[in-house]
Design a protein around this ligand. Sequence first.
Ligand code: TYD
Length: 153
Amino acid sequence: MDKERTLILCKPDALQRNLLGAVISRFERKGLKLVGIKMVGLSDTELDEHYAHLKDKPFFEGLKKYMKQTPVVAMVLEGEECIDAVRLITGATKGAEADAGTIRGDFAMATPGNIVHASDSVENAKEEIYRFFNDDELYDYAKIDETFLYWKD
Ligand code: TYD
């Protein structure tokens, strides 16, 4: 199993609706390792890059405006094959359609206010982590639960 890292952004509605702790708690209890965390005020340049795949959509400017309302909390999580696992915890893009039990399914009703961003592929995770974090802001350390989390006989 490959060890992967993925980028999470806790969006302005997570901060405004006091859901930051609840969101982080869901990733923690799954067993994901936090290897980087900081607050970031997103610039137009960062948003144009981060959401480049959506630049022709009618909601693009509204999405950028929403993302700039407050700083976001950026995190890098690590775990074996964690990119897809984190997307499952995050849930579908539209809150009202996201499965119950997911972050968006439990905490969101709409877009763009869907609480979190999570990388959706190995390539995008690498690019997004590089966009928001310097190497010296990411940490390698052992965690005492790993033997049980990834138990192999
Ligand atoms: P996208 O990358 O398609 O989804 P995801 O965040 O699940 O990877 O879209 C990025 C963000 O754009 C999404 O989280 C919320 C916003 N968005 C809208 O505001 N309206 C929409 O119709 C869609 C598809 C996305």
